[in-house]
Write a protein that binds this ligand. Structure first.
Ligand SMILES: [Zn+2]
Length: 326
């Protein structure tokens, strides 16, 4: 059994600066602010734990130990043997909890991330002629909070970068009115098995994709948005032979495809639809099963990377997921 205190230590101790692998000592960049703050946060947490461990055997614990020993040996009138057993059980439980705290601390102190920090601290002390690095003996900052701020800022920066990248791709896609036909040509060149794509209208951007194995036909139509750039988004509907109503699964797939990101990206939607070509053989990435406990196929799709290194050659790759596993 882990105590919540032990878990908190482990949670804090595993928060590592992004991109720093614990086994990769040589690769640690000690000039990185994130690395330094992350290491200081670990040291600060260890110090906090030392103070906590110091209070493990306070005087009232000794008093309570006395009381419980009295209970064991004096057995006043009216006390049954069960109460004595109970007292001894409580004592055992309390000792176990404390031992877990001590063990948690030792493993946090000795883990490989900390080893790297200790090695660095030792070499810094050596370089500074054995001067203690923190002369005030006080922590002036809360490094755990600082680390959270830094990690959050890093994430925002990454998100901003991916938004800018997508905006650039989007405007490139809009730049040429004819670009959708070249995307179709690239798709045909990749010759995706079991998928047939064809242009319906040369005038308005519209094409059909037939998935031969599953017998589903998707119609993809470019819809011009009423914005200043006159940008196009691709809407997907189900085409059925002899006007039968779409099945429930076709409807669900269509709704999911229309809720995708990168709606302006024709290559993206064509690859997403292609990922349904082996619908009845594609297992869920998460549970590795074909059907879930309510007998549903994994019809959700999650793109593996946005975008692939060479989208025109490789295409986007999608993971299949059950709605219950998403
Ligand atoms: Zn699943």
């Amino acid at each position: 059994m882990e105590t919540s205190a032990t878990m908190k230590v482990e949670d804090s101790m595993t928060k590592t600066a992004a991109g720093v692998s614990s086994s990769d000592t040589a690769a640690i960049n000690w000039d990185s602010e994130l690395q330094l703050v992350s290491s200081l946060a670990k040291l600060q947490e260890l110090e906090r734990r030392i103070h906590e461990l110091r209070q493990l055997v306070p005087s009232n614990d000794v008093d309570s130990l006395d009381a419980q020993m009295n209970l064991l040996f004096d057995k006043p009138v009216g006390r049954s043997l069960d109460s004595a057993d109970e007292a001894s059980g409580t004592l055992d439980e309390s000792t176990r909890t404390k031992m877990e705290l001590v063990d948690g601390f030792i493993s946090a102190w000795q883990n490989s991330d900390m080893k790297n920090v200790w090695t660095h601290v030792e070499s810094e002390i050596k370089d500074s002629d054995s001067h203690v690095l923190q002369p005030t003996g006080m922590w002036e900052r809360d490094y755990d909070v600082l680390l959270d701020d830094l990690l959050r800022a890093e994430k925002t920066k990454e998100h901003q970068h991916s938004l800018e990248k997508e905006a650039a791709e989007r405007s490139q896609a809009q730049a040429s009115a004819e670009s959708w036909k070249s995307i179709l040509e690239q798709f045909e060149k990749r010759n995706t098995r079991g998928v047939k794509a064809s242009v319906i209208s040369q005038v308005t951007p519209k094409l059909l994709m037939a998935l031969l194995k599953t017998g589903m036909i998707f119609s993809i139509q470019g819809v011009q948005l009423p914005d200043a750039e006159g940008s196009t988004e691709w809407m997907v509907s189900i085409s059925t032979v002899s006007k039968r109503a779409p099945s429930k699964i076709e409807e669900s797939i269509m709704q999911h495809v229309n809720s995708r990101p990168r709606k302006w990206d024709l290559a993206f939607v064509m690859d997403m639809i292609s990922s349904y070509s082996d619908l009845k053989q594609t297992v869920c990435t998460k549970c590795n099963q074909l059907t879930d406990n309510v007998a549903q196929l994994p019809i959700l799709r999650r793109v593996q990377a946005i975008p692939p290194a060479k989208p025109e050659e490789e295409g986007f790759v999608f993971d299949a997921l059950h709605a219950s596993c998403a």
